[in-house]
Structure formats: structure tokens, C-alpha cells
Design a protein around this ligand. Structure first.
Ligand SMILES: Cc1ncc(COP(=O)(O)O)c(C=O)c1O
Length: 396
């Protein structure tokens, strides 16, 4: 099986392995953290890159019309998300895109709303740009996390944020927001003049029959107030190529922002990413289907294994993406102690849930975008650590 292949990534300059020592203080851990997969790209991407590489001249680049069209066609055909060439531009990374939007549309001291626990750079990019974070906490109902829409409305009315950063699907948890929820968010934000940045990087990675809804498609109001960011990066495992894009339907928001990106040349796609993006979107769909099926099997495997061998851990089944959100409350370990168990006893590098903010305490984020054998080994490490540290006993 193509996804069973174990590939040594050490020394390739990849964050997952080569950035481990900086983050965890040691480099002998199994890396189940940062959100890329341990799978080779599909042969269609590789062949296209190889063919361009073999040309041996890598001069100044103008992306072909077919590159833009591949983004438009992919979103239209897979997600019913329709936009024109002028409504889309390139962005050199989604976090950078969010940073640009914050700088362009808000002032220092302005409030920006996020819904923790959430992808930690949202908070960092707001605070780093001297804006103020306003939070609407997600509610964990025991199965998934849901938005508190009444609270959202109340906070928006009282705190008056200028912007909201939506994670759609939501990381951590892999939650696909339904159309009704998104439409309500759009109504609240529209009525209160809040611009919505929708980060949809995990949108293609739909699992178990769930379908993601691009925010801008839920209503006219949503289309008017939204800036949508997406990418083939997670979908096709090419984040190192930096291949994101941005769609804005409303010309009143779009024109000035896109002009600003253009004069600064921040929206100029570079050579190899355009080749990879076009190959992915035009020829990679069959591979994606196989990758998602493999990820679903990995999730089922992890769920069964954990239920049998690590009953202290509650797994939130993701509706999208390859990241498991593990509730470790019943280990009765918190903060540093919980991290120590995973790092120093289980020899695993996972993302500490606390980094995602409120609601992330006693949680760990576990990347299962890896060969089954790697996953089995990592889970066994955890069982051994639980045995050694008497975690099971504490339960009894
Ligand atoms: C929700 C979310 N947004 C953005 C990113 C990173 O995107 P980029 O590398 O394009 O900044 C990630 C990566 O894990 C993510 O989970």
C-alpha cells in the first residue's frame, strides 16, 4: 500500500523531525505533532515538478492561466464554491494572509474575536500585531465541540470586535461547521460590521461522509463580509511549497486589499508551487480519495486501540483532517506533568492542548497522517508509559 511506506524524513529540513529538538528539548521522540503527513506526494505532483525541474532554467515566473483555473475548478467542483479569476489571489501562507488582513483592515488596539481552543497562531498574530484578542469559547458536549452562538452575539454586541477569525473546519477537533451555524455567524457578524476571516485549509480533508461548507457560500451576507483562505497544502501534503490562496467576493473589500498585496508583491506565486498546485488540483483527486480512506482507517484503528488499552483517554472523532483531539482529563495529570508523560515516558512528540488556549487543558493533539505501523508503534509507546507510570492503577 502506498501509504504504508515508511520514509526517513530526518535531515530533510522538515519541521516535524528537524525542528523537534527546539520544541521538545530532545530529538529521540516519535513525531506525531505538526500538521503535515508522512506520505509521499502523488505521482502526478512529482512528475509535474520533475518535468519542470528537468528544464533547468528557473527564471522569473508568470503563473499560467491554467494555474488560476485549477483553483477555481477544484473549489467549484468539489465544494460548490464558485468564484472568478479576479476574486482569487495567491497568498504566501495562510497565517501570513491572516497577518496581512489584520494589518490592512484593523488598527492597533482593535479587538479581534477567536473561538478557543483554536489553532494557536490566530492568537499570536493578533497579539503580535498589537490588536486585542476577544474570545468566544467553544463548548465541549462530550462528543464534539459546538459554538455558543448566543454568547457569540452577546460578545460581539458588547465588545465590538472589528474582525472574527473562523476556523472552518475547526482545528483542533477537526469539526466541520454546519451550514446553519455558519449562516448564523454570518448574520451576527454582518449586523455588527464584523469582517470574517475564514481559514479553510482543512476543508478538503472531509472524513466519514461529512461535507465541509465554504463560509462565503452560506448566504449573501457571508459572501459580503468574508475573506476566505484555502490551500492545497494540507490536502496534498505540500505545505513546504507554500501554496495558499485567498478569495474575496465583495469588491469593496477585495479591490483595495488585493491592490495592496499587489503593490507589495506579496501575492506573486513562485514557480514550483504553481506547478504542484495545478497538478494536484487537476490530477490528484484519486490519490486524495485513497489518502482519506487510509486516514479514516488510521482513525478507526486508533479509536479501537485507545478504547481497549487506554480507557483514560477520550478521542474526539474528527470530521475532517488527520489530527486527533485527545481528552486526557482522566489521567489526572495536567500541564507539565501530562507533557512529561508523553515526552519523557512515552517518547512521543504531540501538540500540547494548552497551546490552543482555553479548553485545551488536559488535551493532546495527535497527528495520525502516517503509516499504520508508525501509528501502532506510537500507541504502544503510550500503553507502556501508562503501565510504567501507573496511570491505569490511578483509575482503579
Ligand atoms: C487551521 C490552520 N491554519 C493554517 C495553518 C498553516 O497554514 P500556513 O502554513 O499556510 O500558514 C494550519 C497548519 O496546521 C492550520 O491548522
Amino acid at each position: 500500500m502506498e501509504f504504508d511506506k515508511i520514509i526517513n524524513r530526518k535531515g530533510t529540513g522538515c519541521t516535524k523531525y528537524d525542528g523537534m529538538a527546539e520544541c521538545y528539548g530532545r530529538e529521540d521522540l516519535m513525531p506525531m505533532w505538526i500538521a503535515d503527513m508522512d506520505f509521499e506526494v502523488c505521482s502526478e505532483i512529482y512528475d509535474a515538478l520533475r518535468a519542470r525541474l528537468d528544464h533547468k532554467i528557473y527564471g522569473y515566473h508568470v503563473p499560467p492561466a491554467s494555474y488560476w483555473q485549477s483553483i477555481i475548478d477544484w473549489c467549484g467542483h468539489r465544494h460548490n464554491f464558485h468564484f472568478t479569476r479576479e476574486e482569487v489571489t495567491y497568498i504566501p501562507g495562510i497565517v501570513r494572509g491572516i497577518g496581512y488582513a489584520i494589518n490592512f483592515f484593523t488598527q492597533k488596539g482593535d479587538k479581534i474575536l477567536i473561538q478557543p481552543p483554536v489553532y494557536h497562531p490566530f492568537r499570536q498574530v493578533i497579539e503580535g500585531n498589537e490588536r486585542v484578542v476577544v474570545k468566544n469559547h467553544l463548548i465541549d458536549n462530550g462528543t464534539t465541540m459546538v459554538m455558543d452562538l448566543d454568547k457569540l452575539e452577546e460578545i460581539i454586541r458588547t465588545e465590538r470586535p472589528k474582525m472574527m477569525i473562523l476556523c472552518n473546519p475547526h482545528n483542533p477537533g477537526g469539526i466541520i461547521w454546519d451550514r446553519e451555524t455558519l449562516a448564523k455567524v454570518a448574520d451576527i457578524c454582518y449586523d455588527n460590521h464584523v469582517l470574517v476571516i475564514s481559514d479553510e485549509i482543512h476543508g478538503d480533508l472531509e472524513l466519514f461522509g461529512n461535507r465541509y461548507t465554504p463560509f462565503a457560500t452560506v448566504s449573501e451576507k457571508a459572501a459580503k463580509i468574508s475573506i476566505v483562505f484555502g490551500a492545497p497544502s494540507k490536502t496534498f501534503n505540500i505545505p513546504g511549497l507554500v501554496s495558499s490562496w485567498c478569495v474575496i467576493k465583495n469588491p469593496e473589500i477585495r479591490e483595495s486589499f488585493f491592490n495592496w498585496l499587489t503593490v507589495n508583491q506579496w501575492n506573486e506565486p513562485t514557480l514550483f508551487l504553481t506547478v504542484a498546485t495545478e497538478a494536484a488540483y487537476t490530477k490528484g483527486e484519486a490519490w486524495l480519495g485513497r489518502a482519506l480512506a487510509y486516514i479514516e482507517d488510521n482513525i478507526r484503528f486508533a479509536e479501537d486501540f485507545i478504547a481497549k488499552n487506554l480507557p483514560e483517554i477520550r478521542v474526539m472523532r474528527p470530521q475532517a483532517s488527520f489530527l486527533l483531539w485527545l481528552d486526557c482529563t482522566n489521567t489526572h495529570l495536567k500541564g507539565k506533568k501530562l507533557c512529561e508523560l508523553f515526552i519523557n515516558h512515552a517518547h512521543l512528540a504531540l501538540n500540547d492542548g494548552e497551546m490552543f488556549g482555553d479548553g485545551g487543558e488536559c488535551h493532546m493533539r495527535f497527528n495520525v497522517g502516517c503509516p499504520r505501523k508508525t501509528l501502532e508503534e506510537a500507541l504502544q509507546h503510550l500503553v507502556d508509559a501508562f503501565d510504567e507510570e501507573g496511570i491505569h492503577k490511578k483509575q482503579k
